[in-house]
Write a protein that binds this ligand. Sequence first.
Ligand SMILES: [Zn+2]
Length: 488
Amino acid sequence: MSESDPISSQHDTLIKGGLVVDGARTQKLDVAIKAEKISAVESHPSELRAAKEIDASGYFVIPGIIDAHNHPINLDKMDTFTLSSAFGGVTTVIPFMQNMRSRGIAGTTSETIERFIEESSDISYLDFGVHAILFGDDDVTTEVPKLIDMGVISFKMYMTYPKRGMMMPDEKMLEAMSIASDMGGIAMVHAENGYCIDYLTEAFIESGKTGREYYAKSQPRILEVEAANRAATYASVTNCPLYVVHLSAREVLSVIDQYKMKGLDIFGETCPQYLDLTNQMVLEHGALAKIGPPLRTSEDNEAMWSGLKSGVIDTVASDFCGFSKSQKYSGGRSTGSIEESEDIDPNASIFDASFGGNWTEQMLPVVYEEGVNRGRITVNKLVQVMCENPAKIFGIYPRKGVISVGSDADIVLFDPAAQHTLSADAQHCNADFTMFEGKEILGKPIFSMQRGNVVIENGKIHSKQGSAVYLTGDVNLTASAPNGHKII
Ligand SMILES: [Zn+2]
């Protein structure tokens, strides 16, 4: 880093000599920043000068990663969740928030989200948007318009977990889709057939088959395919853009592809865990590897990579949901509570364990190692699915997701030669485990900034809580908007 005369400098910061990556190209460019925005991008070497200059030679210069799927409501709230994300090269998060009546906290979804935005503005380390989750007890006719006015334009509905009280009944899902569609919003679904999962789960429990080997069998892949097809059918009928979260079963890709071909604005998401882990983790680690949909097979992992490459899958996000080991074992499946348990019993029923894992910090390293280093996707595709596409789909592009003049200066320097090993000790969330323990990675985010201010440098956090900005989704900018940024 070198200092030049700040008075004569036109720009605040200059990142020079790095390989700037977007969804289509990798170019050696100098990137200048002024007053939180990218103020110039020119071929290297350029005449650009700034008060602070950062030598990025040897590094990829990528837009800050957007984690568009996470649940910071358990062990990690927006403080430690965003801290952990930041160390993973993330600069923008879009968490899910929902009414908390099942946890004894009063208020409608929009009231809960209003409080969440206020609290997060105080404690988050990173800029954030919000997705709403709609449950069966929500009044969608008043809530959806209210939320869209607040800048919450995406609405997730669970097609599963009826016994946990989380499933959205089909007729209400249609109603919510219809209203969202009229107002330019987008529906999101967790696509699994919940009645069938509950039926199979109860049958296993009744016959005493509660070991870890029965978990994947209780949520077979066909149930994901059926639900995705049903959601896409409803989205077609209501003409509502649809985002299907955490794809895991290879057969579901043809459903997404088929509706894309028909012209429906349908988007698919997968996660690092569905790209790299299999049910073997559940057999080895039991409750710790329990997520929904379940981890599947290596053929499914390969299919997810192919889906990213071909464009059937549009995004990668983490589905972060922080739990400690003891919280995973003790569950909370029926009550939604997340008691810490004194006794850890790895042989307790797999059906009592909590769903979820803490994947955000490892997301970029895993996708880079398994995707780019192994030649399954290019670094440009990585930027497309982790920066550009989520920004476009959720109405925050080109403010976020791209390095171009006028965009927020959210920039990550990624060192492709940095070797490191993923571990619970090295992560910054509260969880005391990671399912990527011991995984060796070549490539690491070593520096990041948000709106021109340093977030991560020399392995330390520099951004301050209280400086995060709440990002409203703009219905006129979504990938599905008539004059928006269509994803090709
Ligand atoms: Zn989720």
